[in-house]
Design a protein around this ligand. Sequence first.
Ligand SMILES: *Cc1c(COP(=O)(O)O)cnc(C)c1O
Length: 383
Amino acid sequence: MKDFSQITDYIKSLYPEMDPVLLHCPQFLGNEKKYLNECIDTKFVSYVSHFVTDMEEQIKKLTGAKCAVAMVSGTEALHMAFVAAGVKPGEEVISQPLTFAATSAVIVNCGAIPVYVDVDRDTMGMSPKALKDFLENNTKQAGGKCINKNTGRVISACVPMHTFGHPCRIDEIRTICDEHNLMLIEDAAESVGSFYKGKHTGTFGKVSILSFNGNKTLTTGGGGMLLTDDEELAARAKYLSTTAKEPAKWGYYHKEVGWNLRMPGVNAAIGAAQLEYFDKIIENKRETAQMYKKFFDGLGIPFVTEPENSRANYWLNAILLKDRAEREEFLEYTNSNGVQTRPIWTLMYKMPPYEHCERTDMTNSEWLEDHLVNIPSSVRTSI
Ligand SMILES: *Cc1c(COP(=O)(O)O)cnc(C)c1O
């Protein structure tokens, strides 16, 4: 097997405190314990805790979104975004095959059907060109709706994703969505702290979501946030995710079927603490990316850097190997020598629940699947 020891040695030197070096391990460097204790001491552990509203306010300030609604996970925030935006069962939703399965799972769990378009190689996010080509060749407008001529179904929304925190060409995608009467719903799960043309990711579409899962840039253990400038949509998402209970002095009355998906206070306490030093988290991660870039340039291995016009959070760093065989050798060597690495996700249409879905040519997605590997990216605490 090929000797990748120079690489594992270098990565271990960046994270001397970790053995093995994990792909993305959360670090708690601020008031996390203090705020958790406050939850326990005051007994405000549920979603009525002030930490939930504190966190929503801090996220609004960070992103510039008018409204932010905290949820139990990024997946459920996306689910509520779909429901509140009005995606209906039997409709189609355009997505990308290169994503974490949650994006597709939410589409299906809403009774909708995914349609996949290819990504760009540099951003790893939805390709505006592939989207435009698909729409121009396969859809027509009728009654203000976009109809897929191949299936006769309404395409109601388009869900691009900012892969590994690198912004996709979201402004071009927005223009195309507007031209074709599609709602733009951004899966910004991976890109808290990432900006495109000076604007935070997740603030370009009608609604978007962030994830604060344990392995993401900012964590609440498990958690997510719905972002929108549409106050009515935010209010509806909040109402539906709080069991759809009508406000009342006391008593219980529900006009609609709801869910119980709001973020508990104990989770928000961790997030509120992390947000106090979020600038430092991003600075640290961007510095790691610079160090990696220099190191891999020296080895002649392409390191994935932020696309044009963007400032990325570098959630998960990535390198591009020669081919599928080298990718497998690298994964085998690093994971058995104390450094956790992971391949990019299996493309959605290669897995049973999604293999029947309509899709465009996938040259770029297939290329990235063959070459890309993620490498350790946690906040460094000792060097
Ligand atoms: C992490 C992630 C999600 C889901 O977020 P959870 O908080 O884990 O539910 C959704 N989409 C993408 C692209 C993600 O990476």
